[in-house]
Design a protein around this ligand. Structure first.
Ligand code: C2E
Ligand code: CA
Ligand code: CA
Length: 623
């Protein structure tokens, strides 16, 4: 035989299930009532009378089954049950009530005839017991209190549940809205989805587009030091600076009739993106790049303290570096991650020179042969004193002539050598060859010559430049100060302790250090002061742009002034005309280098240049 209680519980479960399924709530919540189950007719009468007086409706039943049916239809707020019924036909009712009492807080009061019944009822799990004959005026007061408390508690639960549900809904709506929204609420920049969409549109409409991904470095420190709110304000400020870049008219590509000026977005917590239409001119890329690095390098005031942000910026140009939004973004991101590893700075996507993977493998393979077969040669470009026009030294520049195919530019093969690691061997070859050449010139009576040698960061990371330099100095018996090692600002030297240590070790050898391509990176003055350098080489782009572009001229002359104040020698690169030469003198540069004097030539031709110069100066003296 089935236990009637378990049948009832099953029914109850089914009943509750259907309530849940329909979302209907037919519990005692809406109309509280007290359920009385007592076989005595007098009890029912009295209970109803007294309970009605205190404003609580009641329903009384003389047998357990009817009471159970009522209970199943609508849960009572409070149940009064005759103790003897609990062990007879009221048992299923009691089981249901007990279960409900546990989950829904329905107090059960047992009406007992004697102490034994009271004890057993309490053991069975009722909330409270009262002795018969029941003093209904007391019971009614107690019932009223209980009902009020239960109702209050219930209201609280309902309110809390409703609040939680509302909060949950609001949070999900907020998330949804943010995801759907076109803008990032913190910075006011575009949200990433919209950014991708607009980039895709620009890639279809514009001939070329340049995209930069900017990652803020060590932002966690700002978060920690100033707290989340203030750190958020820094992000807002970065957003503002990027928006200002977008509206700068001087950064709009001339000849670009794009509908869209460009867009900026917050890509994730500390990563930003910005793209602009581009006209294919390197000067335009340079201008945006400079603007970005400058604006991000500007200090931020947080809580009255000056904070310098470090950023890693990766650039990609479409369609050269990809023709779809995801690919262009990915390539800029890769460039950014490369920069990040070096401690911050700037770089374009490496394959931007059109170097496909196949070309890379080809060059890598040929280079290994070239090192052994002697195809690689070193040429020398004169360094000229701007004030007396005398050649005071040379920069060693690699030349690679390969048959068939002709000359391959170092601008193309050095990055390949850097990536494959062969730059270490090539670099050692240049150091040895250039030092040997310097020894020859010195032996030929050119006593005031010095030699500048390019170093790449990869050489410092992977090779042993100190040892190679020391070896060459000893071998060719050179005064170390006649050697100058150039390191490009383009590669972002960063704060890598290994690189810094090597720079100091080089300085300790007595050689001079020079910061090449100055003005293309994002070196701050503070950082510049920490670099153990003697020479600044102002990048060619400033010289070529200076005559046409007033801004370039102002920046370049300010950079020269800055370098002079720091007691650095300033060399201007890429001087091609008399006008540029005159301009550089007016800025106060010390030396120059460029086609205006001569391109890089091999050793013997270089000696002839010196001879010619001596001839012409002696002629001048005669005149
Ligand atoms: P760089 O160090 O900035 O060298 C100056 C570049 O500008 C040279 O290009 C030079 O030929 C060119 N140049 C000099 N004067 C003028 C001018 O008046 N007008 C113009 N338009 N260009 C001028 P090059 O020789 O093609 O070298 C390109 C880059 O390759 C170098 O830039 C340097 O970064 C790298 N490189 C060359 N040789 C070496 C080397 O031995 N080691 C390393 N690590 N890098 C090297
Ligand atoms: Ca150089
Ligand atoms: Ca340079």
């Amino acid at each position: 035989m089935t236990d009637p209680t378990s049948t009832v519980l099953a029914l109850l479960d089914a009943d509750m299930g259907s309530q849940r399924a329909t979302g209907e709530d037919n519990s005692a919540d809406h109309a509280p009532y007290i359920l009385l189950a007592d076989p005595a007719a007098s009890a029912a009468d009295l209970a109803e009378k007294w309970l009605a007086r205190c404003g609580i409706p009641s329903r009384s039943f003389r047998n357990g089954e009817d009471a159970l049916n009522a209970c199943l239809k609508q849960r009572p707020t409070l149940a009064l049950i005759n103790a003897s019924m609990m062990v007879s036909n009221g048992h299923p009712l009691f089981s249901v009530l007990k279960r409900e009492a546990a989950s829904r807080d329905i107090p059960i009061i047992a009406l007992c005839n004697n102490p034994r019944e009271a004890r057993e009822a309490l053991q069975a799990g009722v909330t409270d017991v009262v002795r018969k004959p029941v003093e209904w005026h007391i019971i009614s007061r107690r019932a009223e209190m209980v009902c009020r408390t239960v109702s209050l508690k219930h209201q609280l639960t309902v309110t809390r549940e409703a609040l939680q549900a509302a909060e949950k809904k609001a949070a999900s709506t907020r998330r949804h809205l943010v995801a759907m929204s076109d803008t990032d609420p913190l910075t006011g920049l575009l949200a990433v989805g919209k950014f991708r969409e607009l980039l895709a549109r620009a890639l279809v409409n514009d001939d070329e587009v340049v995209l930069f991904i900017i990652g803020l470095e060590r932002f966690a420190l700002i978060n920690e030091a100033f707290g989340r709110d203030k750190a958020d304000r820094v992000l807002t400020l970065v957003g503002k600076r990027l928006r200002e870049i977008l509206v700068r008219r001087d950064l709009h590509a001339p000849g670009c009739n794009s509908v869209l000026a460009g867009c900026a977005a917050k890509m994730d917590s500390v990563r930003f993106g910005i793209f602009m239409p581009h006209n294919g001119q390197p000067e335009h890329l340079q201008a945006i790049r400079n603007a970005l690095t400058e604006t991000l390098a500007e200090p931020v005031n947080v809580d009255g303290k000056t904070v310098y942000l470090t950023s890693s910026i990766g650039g990609a140009v479409a369609p050269r570096d990809g023709s779809t939004a995801p690919v262009v973004i990915q390539n800029a991101e890769r460039a950014m991650l490369g920069v990040k590893k070096r401690g911050g700075g700037f770089d374009f996507h490496r394959e931007h020179a059109g170097l496909s993977s196949a070309r890379f493998l080809e060059l890598d393979f040929w280079l290994r042969e070239a090192v052994d077969s002697g195809e690689l040669k070193v040429a020398y470009q004169p360094l000229v004193n701007l004030w007396n026009n005398r050649i005071v030294g040379a920069e060693a520049l690699l030349r690679w002539h390969r048959e068939p195919g002709g000359n391959i530019s170092p601008a193309e093969f050095i990055p390949v050598a850097e990536r494959s690691g062969i730059v270490v061997q090539i670099g050692d070859f240049v150091i040895d060859t250039a030092c040997k050449q310097l020894r020859r010139w010195l032996d030929n009576g050119r006593h005031d010559m010095r030699m500048a040698i390019n170093l790449s960061l990869a050489q410092l990371r992977r090779g042993n430049v100190i040892e190679s330099a020391e070896k060459a100095i000893d071998k060719y018996e050179l005064e170390p100060q006649l050697l100058e090692f150039e390191l490009s600002e383009r590669g972002a030297i960063g704060n890598d302790p290994k690189i810094m240590r090597q720079l100091h070790q080089l300085k300790a050898l007595g050689v001079r250090l020079s910061l090449d391509d100055f003005g293309t990176g994002d070196t701050s003055i503070e950082y510049l002061k920490r670099l153990p350098i003697d020479v600044l080489k102002l990048d060619r782009s400033y010289i070529s742009g200076a005559l046409e572009n007033g801004v370039d001229a102002v920046i370049a002359s300010a950079l020269v002034g800055l370098a002079r104040n720091m007691n650095l020698t300033v060399i201007a690169e890429g001087v091609e005309s008399k006008e540029q030469y005159e301009l550089l003198r007016s800025w106060g540069c010390h030396l120059y280098q460029g086609f205006y004097c001569s391109p890089a030539v091999f050793g013997d031709a270089f000696e002839r240049l010196i001879d010619d110069q001596e001839d012409s100066s002696s002629q001048e003296q005669r005149v």
